[in-house]
Design a protein around this ligand. Structure first.
Ligand code: 5MM
Length: 340
């Protein structure tokens, strides 16, 4: 394992004031997002949309890494240059989603386990050869009064750890993503309990597989009330409880924590991140973003599948990236949204 290479890649992904752009929607997920806006879900449209994202002028000021889907890693942008090349030119590290999706967990109704370990070593070698420098694997945990089950916690922790070890063996930084879903009516206390337990088991499994924590990036969900909870916690409480959870589970050797947005509104996700960075100015890790929807939703709406809106959509991408880059340093203010 080339630890120095892994460390420098991880540090570039979460450099001060930078986060990660999650643009690795599988084709069915991309179709879901396009359908809402009446955009035809063809490869040409996905290529145009994703070209718009990666060619945004100045993207590299706020984005340290971009997670691609297999189709995009192998594809060229509208100008004929590969996506990987365009990202490298922007100073953005290219990465790749390598799980094959969250599938039903046998004998555990309503729960999922993420698959994709079979043949993963050679797939990673091919991705590395094509220019990917990091990878991503997402596990999901549904919350109810009785779920997740121990089977769900341990199967997903094991998958994440085996994936992470395979990545490091191939010189790729693994983004380790245990996502506790926001869907549900659970309160903040229950979110804390599940998130903490999921993370504890993930770090135990990473240690068991010999993964070097200096060469990973953690992509967790925030400790947040369920989307249907009756009395949802405010930003300060979310930030405080999320940090309390992370301090109890994540060793300081981990270079960066890059949150997913999980269905939060754009400004909510930015505010939560900003509040965390404001509450504590001696965090042992870079605390930043790896948002999908919270970085892309507004820009996708502006683009709306029409080439005439390409430049306007890029302005929106850059604004969200800038706002989140500021939040990663605790410098965001809601007034800046209007000014921008
Ligand atoms: C961008 O969406 C990612 C891929 O989703 P599918 O595998 O379901 O197609 C997703 O893993 C994403 O990277 C994370 O959930 C973070 O995105 P959000 O929208 O939660 O910030």
């Amino acid at each position: 394992m080339d630890l120095e290479k892994l460390k420098s890649t991880a540090q570039a992904m979460v450099a001060p004031g930078k986060g990660i752009l999650a643009m690795d929607e599988s084709s069915p997920t991309c179709q879901k997002r396009f359908d809402v806006l009446g955009i035809p879900s063809t490869q040409e449209m996905r290529r145009e949309y994703r070209t718009m994202l990666v060619t945004t002028p100045g993207l590299g000021q706020f984005i340290g890494g971009a997670i691609l889907f297999d189709e995009t890693l192998r594809d060229n942008t509208l100008s004929g240059k590969s996506f990987v090349e365009v990202l490298e030119d922007q100073g953005v590290v290219p990465g790749i989603k390598v799980d094959t999706g969250a599938k039903e967990l046998a004998l555990r109704f309503g729960e999922k386990v993420t698959e994709g370990l079979d043949g993963l070593g050679p797939r990673l070698a091919e991705y590395a050869e094509k220019g990917a420098r990091f990878a991503k694997w997402r596990a999901v945990y549904t919350v109810t009064d009785t779920l997740p089950s121990q089977a769900c916690y341990s199967a997903n922790a094991h998958g994440l750890a085996r994936y992470a070890a395979l990545c490091q063996a191939q010189g790729l930084v693994p983004i380790v993503e245990p996502e506790v879903l926001m869907e549900g009516s659970h309160d903040l206390t229950r979110s804390f309990e599940v998130t903490q337990h999921a993370q504890q088991l993930v770090f135990e499994a990473l240690a068991n597989q010999g993964v070097n924590l200096e060469g990973i990036v953690l992509k967790p969900s925030m400790v947040i009330s369920g989307s249907d909870a009756s009395d949802r916690a405010g930003a300060e409480e979310v930030a405080r409880e999320t940090l309390r959870c992370l301090y109890s589970t994540v060793p300081p050797a981990v270079p960066g924590i890059a949150f997913l947005s999980g269905g939060q509104s754009d400004e909510e996700a930015t505010t939560h991140l900003n509040t965390m960075n404001n509450l504590d100015n001696s965090l042992p890790w870079a605390v930043t973003f790896s948002y999908g929807r919270a970085l892309q939703a507004a820009a996708m709406k502006t683009w709306a599948g029409d080439h005439a809106n390409f430049d306007a959509a890029q302005t929106v991408v850059l604004r969200r990236a800038r706002m989140n880059g500021l939040a990663a340093q605790g410098h965001y203010k809601p007034e800046l949204e209007k000014a921008a």
